[in-house]
Write a protein that binds this ligand. Structure first.
Ligand code: SF4
Length: 501
């Protein structure tokens, strides 16, 4: 694909966006009278209320792969537990002999493949997610090698016994539960915390005090409310997002932009690193990288085929790096970490969008991510892959549309189309590894996002029936109806059929 083809599609997108700017908002819904035979309670109850106070630093987190819920969150949890132990008075640690991490649910079922054990050990050893050296994670694969760490003035030996692969079926309130314990030599529990990995690298623990955050000047809890805020204030999407972020986190615009730049730099570097690497990915079966090969061949192609293959290679490059434990960005998770970088790379490398346009695109994607996270879920363990690749595709579509000049309404339609056409997608990673179907799924998420952005900018948005709030609600409902074995257990679907008896 030569640069002219990319510029042509960008020009088309820009013209579409310009024509559509100023058209009325969508979110209208179909009158019940159109379906007189349907029961009266089969209808839309309206958009959710509430105020979203999620930050871009919550949504876009940098850390080692392969999984945000099973690798990054456990690393953050272990680091948090370590800090908690450091905060205890010396007498609380006096009789302590061991640290234990009990894994439940999908963390126990698929944690080995997701490097959950290594992440926990890395966090307990004092590693931080943003700077965690992938070589440290690789070295931790040697379970026989004991590691020594000092916490609160006491020395602990960490090893195979530190990780307890506990019950897959359990009664804790969240599927991915992790109970961290400080125990004495006779097994008495001296301190503990019950943690929940809630998707996208987020975590919570039982009894955690509510974090104090500032109130956003432009409150919204749904896309419908966001559009009302935009119409009333006369502000753009990115202005609202930036002003809210500053107030919620108590920071200035420079700090927000610095985080957005870290996110963009990590995404772009991930594409370039992944396009250079070859060979096998870490797995108990031979799984070959293919991003570089596809990229090399795509450069010799022409027209639409080249575009499809280039975008795929960018997504594969980051996803393969994530599977190898390289640093990636939760967008919204690490399993789906390749989708947005593929289109960020297109914006930067092919469409030559400047940093300002790309930051705006990231803010548009963040809006979509916040709505999905707060009004449904971005955890494969809760709503299946529609919450990971589906949301990533929706965010990527919003980013591409907005960064190429789409209106708020066209940006919403782009995000809506991309999410809608992932509804029902289950999570069935083979062997619990973020390889099959995850890596290729990122490429398809990116391609759907590209198509969604183009469709949104070439249709008449006021004629589009579906809106983002309704599709997010449908995603939640569909996810709740998925059988548990199709929510990150790795024991059904491809997770079952790909393994010989
Ligand atoms: S199938 Fe989808 S949700 Fe499940 S681990 Fe893979 S990328 Fe994540």
């Amino acid at each position: 694909m030569d640069r002219r083809c990319f510029l042509k599609s960008a020009l088309l997108a820009g013209v579409g966006a310009g024509v559509l700017r100023g058209l009325p908002a969508t979110a209208r819904g179909i009158p019940a009278a159109a379906f007189p035979e349907l029961p009266r309670d089969v209808c839309y109850p309206g958009p959710p209320s509430g105020t979203i106070v999620t930050s871009v630093t919550d949504l876009y987190k940098v850390g080692p792969g392969p999984s945000s819920s099973h690798t990054l969150a456990p690393l953050r949890i272990a680091a948090d537990f370590r800090d908690y132990l450091e905060s205890l008075p010396p007498q609380a640690l006096a009789g302590a002999a061991h640290i234990r991490a009990h894994l439940y649910g999908s963390l126990s079922a698929t944690g080995k493949g997701h490097r959950t054990d290594r992440a926990l050990l890395a966090g307990l050893l004092g590693q931080k997610p943003e700077t965690c050296d992938p070589a440290v994670m690789d070295d931790l694969a040697d379970e026989a090698k004991p590691r020594v760490t000092a916490v609160g003035g006491k020395t602990f030996t960490l090893g195979r016994d530190t990780i307890v692969w506990d019950r897959v079926d359990h009664d804790y309130p969240f599927s991915n539960t992790l109970v961290m314990k400080l125990v004495s030599s006779d097994g008495a529990v001296l301190a503990s915390r019950e943690y929940y990995s809630t998707g996208g690298g987020f975590f919570a623990f039982k009894g955690r005090p509510v974090e104090e955050r500032g109130q956003p000047p432009h409150p919204y809890g749904s896309m419908t409310a966001f559009k009302e805020v935009a119409a009333k204030s006369g502000k753009t999407l990115h202005e609202i997002m930036l002003e809210n972020e500053q107030a919620i986190m108590g920071v200035d615009a420079a700090k927000v932009n610095a985080h957005l730049d870290l996110v963009l730099d990590t995404m772009l570097a991930g594409v370039e690193l992944g396009l250079r690497e070859e060979g096998l990915l870490p797995a108990p079966f031979a799984f070959h990288r293919k991003a570089r090969r596809i990229h090399e061949r795509a450069k010799a192609m022409q027209g639409g085929e080249a575009l499809l293959q280039l975008v795929s290679s960018y997504a594969l490059a980051v996803s393969e790096g994530n599977a190898a434990g390289r640093l990636a960005v939760t967008a919204p998770t690490l399993g789906s970490a390749g989708t947005m970088p593929a289109l960020a790379y297109v914006l930067h490398h092919h469409l030559q969008r400047d940093r300002q346009a790309m930051r705006r695109g990231l803010l548009a994607a963040a809006l979509v991510g916040y709505l999905c996270k707060n009004n449904a879920s971005v955890a494969g363990a809760e709503v299946g892959c529609q919450g990971e690749i589906g949301v990533a595709s929706s965010m990527a579509a919003a980013m591409l549309a907005y960064a190429t000049g789409a209106s708020l309404e066209a940006t919403e339609v782009a995000a809506t189309i991309a999410l809608e056409h992932h509804l029902g997608m289950s999570c069935d990673p083979v062997g619990g590894f973020v390889l099959i179907p995850c890596i290729e799924r990122n490429a398809f998420g990116a391609l759907k996002a590209y198509n969604a952005a183009l469709m949104a900018q070439n249709e008449i948005v006021s004629e589009h029936w579906e809106d983002l709030d309704r599709v997010i609600m449908a995603m939640l409902q569909t996810g709740k109806a998925l059988p548990p074995q199709f929510r990150e257990m790795g024991t059904a679907g491809l997770g079952m059929t790909m393994v010989n008896c």
